[in-house]
Design a protein around this ligand. Sequence first.
Ligand code: UD1
Length: 383
Amino acid sequence: MSEKIKIICVCGARPNFMKIAPVMRAFNDHGGFEALLVHTGQHYDENMSKLFFNELGIPKPDINLEVGSGSHAVQTAEIMKKFEPVALDYKPDYVLVVGDVNSTIACGLVAVKLGVKLIHVEAGLRSFDRTMPEEINRVLTDTISDLLFVTEQSGIENLKNEGVNSDKVHFVGNVMIDTLLANKEKAEKSRVLNDLSLEKGKYGAITLHRPSNVDDMARFNEIISSFEYIQKEMKLVFPIHPRTRNNLKGTDLGRRLEQMENMLLIDPIGYLDFLWLMSNSAFVITDSGGIQEETTILGVPCMTLRENTERPVTITEGTNRLVHVAAEDIVKNYCEIRDSEKSSGRNVPKFWDGKAAERIATIIAGQDTRKGKHRNSKSEKCF
Ligand code: UD1
């Protein structure tokens, strides 16, 4: 048996890459780990995947399963079929998964069925909306995990309410914020504002990809109508996710979007450019999970076009607000933000300090009880 802890780290979709980067770095710095990086290939476009590896200094994946797109069943099944032989061959002590995408649950299921211990980073978040594919992925992954690393207090409470044994749960903070803090300075070199002729504070940034908004044309129509109003007085920049772009192709909504004079439609951009774009924007409109957290740290007002959030700390302590998906409500919230004084004195959520991945490495090393080994290390117990 190797002296080092053998661990397979899994990533697959864009929001996974910012989470896995600091974790891989922490394992490397710790020295007690032998980590294999597996990319499932759920996201595969150059600007949805490879660009992030280069910018964030993530090691080239040891294995790419190249599953690509498909229905939920097909994508999940393909990942499982292709991940099982990798796990059998490598014989890891642990499999570590992050977030809530199909790659997370697919590799998690393979691990536990092979008797390999499963670690979930970003555990315990709940929107309590079971129509969201991500909510199903979160609940199921947490149920089968052996070690659960939590980003905010609500996660601890949710897991407690679901009867998860407290010994498995550790409040470590937010690895996505580790990445943001590590890259803030680098992002200042971005040329994105020059390239797009944008002025600090004089535009709003938009991201939308959630099926509940962009697959449902009635709701999407409400959103587009609100943009028609807002862009008359404030420039909008919209890097379009492939799902959203596909849905708009050849539709009336797509044409209305293209006809807006003050709307900049662009392809998805890299991490550093997007971080700089957000940092300098007057506000962000989104339905993403991670962006709610990033705007909280950046102090930029964020309108989340959803009825719920699995990240309530971004509302209670951050700059986020939930906005009902109706044109009138979106415009009303935009006007409130436009007319409000820039807020100061925000709270930084507990442990969102750039050291979450380091805590994760220390705790895993401390918990490792493989044959003949008992590593001593403090772990942060939480309930
Ligand atoms: C996935 C995650 C979601 C995450 C989002 C971030 C699940 C269930 N959803 O949603 O939680 O917030 O990623 O981006 O795992 N496509 C491309 N190029 C790519 C990737 C996707 O063209 O590089 C197209 C696919 O062909 C598909 C669509 O985009 O038609 C959706 O991709 P998919 O991975 O199924 O889910 P996302 O909507 O990206």
